[in-house]
Write a protein that binds this ligand. Structure first.
Ligand code: CTP
Length: 446
């Protein structure tokens, strides 16, 4: 019996795939189809696959051409599979010519003609072209434009910025000069908001009332009441309102949460999160945030692991801050006490510290090195170092594409991919509000 194996993502199964499978099947007597896992696709840069692994497997199954379907999960698996399943022929489409010649030492390699004129990438573009306008007043918009444009289905068609000095040649072309905000909202399906947090409520509300989906950098609003109101408007109008906090959409951070929630370090007893950035480097991701104060710039990120792992039901909190001559906070420390745990966050835009995250549990602790908020790596450590484990994940760019992929899914497919619950959004806004009021806050001298 001649065994044939072929690999692919098979997103939005099309006739190019079917022809390939038919030709592959005709090469032998038994066809194994390896469908790539979502994580594996991410590591090779395919981040905006539209269908889930289960849907893609079902689609391949429905062709009736595969005798066996397996999942491709890691780099180098092809050699393992060929040996494990005693494969005679490895085949893929001609777009891969030469790429898999190294497999010739294990079995015969055949490149089949690729069907012209169709691809998943093209289909994805047709299915989900969402016209997005960017709202923001900093050079960060250039980065968002560059990274978000790489996501198929995203069409960045307008930019609303009051200070175009921060924009580059590409983004300047899209700047809606002279338009009012409501004029800017015409002709787009959704907005991404990255302005001064004090403007979020107004800009998000107006966009929602104009029937636009919204992806807004955290915090959504500067008070819990406003945050609840925005969530309600979005819900009543069947619109997506998603909080954009890049860390929440990174694979490493999501896996870390799952491991800790699954009891890997026992009961979580203490969390220490530190995020700082000094405004010396214009290219620094957060430098644009500096004049918004340290809590507005970093608070949501630092609070995220705390609220995710210990809930938003803290018993009490102490906020200590250092204000500069303009009454702007350059350093803020928040201590939260829970019934069985404590958490402490330190954020700074005028103070530098090691930006690490430590989650302590009754059986071990998680250590995420600086800068933990955009990490691709963390360790789980125990009393006996032999039991320590290191975890590595891929993170592309600043992680902006992941946010946009999740947003598109929510907009187009009704997938509830909100990585940040409404509860957490409100708790973040609540802390912002209390800080703004400066009530019950300890102030230290600059
Ligand atoms: N394939 C083909 N003809 C096409 C598209 C794909 O023969 N028009 C083949 C590929 O060469 C590969 C298999 O189908 O052997 C699975 O390819 P996959 O990457 O899943 O499909 P694409 O449509 O190429 O996806 P994308 O646009 O995301 O790269």
């Amino acid at each position: 019996m001649v065994k044939v194996i072929t690999y692919g993502t098979y997103d939005l199964l099309h006739y190019g795939h079917i022809k390939l499978l038919q030709r592959a099947k005709a090469l032998g007597d038994y066809l194994i189809v390896a469908v790539t896992a979502d994580d594996f696709d991410k590591t090779r840069g395919k981040i905006n696959v539209k269908q889930s692994l289960v849907e893609r497997i079902e689609a391949v199954k429905s062709t009736g051409l595969a005798d066996q379907i397996i999942v491709e999960e890691y780099e180098g698996q092809k050699i393992d599979d060929i040996k494990r399943y005693d494969v005679d022929i490895f085949t893929v489409g001609s777009d891969w010519v030469g790429k898999f010649d190294y497999l010739n030492s294990y079995c015969k390699v055949v490149y089949l003609p690729r069907t012209e004129g169709v691809s998943s990438t093209e289909l994805r573009k047709k299915v989900q072209n969402t016209r997005i306008g960017l709202v923001g007043y900093s050079s960060f918009i250039n980065k968002v434009y560059r990274e978000a444009s790489s996501v198929s289905g995203v069409e960045i068609c307008k930019i609303y910025s009051r200070y175009d000095t921060n924009l580059n040649d590409d983004t300047k072309k899209l700047c809606a000069y002279g338009e009012s905000y409501s004029e800017f909202l015409e002709g787009i399906d959704a907005v991404y908001v990255h302005s001064n947090p004090h403007l979020h409520y107004k800009e998000v509300k107006e966009a929602l009332l104009y029937g636009k989906h919204v992806l807004c950098e955290s915090p959504l609003a500067m008070s819990k009441k406003q945050c609840l109101e925005l969530i309600k408007i979005a819900k009543d109008n069947n619109l997506v309102l998603m909080e954009a906090l890049r860390t929440a959409y990174s694979t490493a951070f999501s896996r870390l949460l799952l491991l800790v929630k699954g009891g890997k370090i026992g009961k979580v007893t203490s969390i220490d999160a530190v995020c700082t950035s000094l405004s010396t480097n214009n290219d620094s991701v957060q430098s644009f945030n500096d004049n918004w104060g340290s809590l507005a710039a970093w608070g949501p990120t630092a609070l995220l692991p705390v609220f995710e792992l210990l809930s938003t039901d803290y018993v009490d909190k102490t906020i200590t801050t250092m204000l500069d001559n303009n009454q702007m906070d350059v350093f803020t420390k928040i201590d939260l006490r829970y019934l069985n745990a404590v958490a402490s966050i330190k954020v700074g835009t005028g103070v530098k510290a090691e930006g690490e995250l430590i989650i302590s549990g009754t059986e071990g602790y998680v250590y995420v090195p600086a800068p933990w908020w955009k990490t691709d790596y963390f360790e789980i450590r125990f009393e006996n170092p032999l039991n320590n484990k290191r975890y590595f994940y891929q993170l592309d760019g600043e992680g902006i594409p992941y946010e946009f992929v999740a947003f598109l899914r929510a907009v187009n497919d009704d997938y509830d991919e909100h990585n940040i619950s409404n509860n957490i959004s409100c708790a973040i806004s609540d802390i912002m509000e209390q800080f703004e009021k400066k009530s019950n806050i300890k102030i230290i001298r600059h």
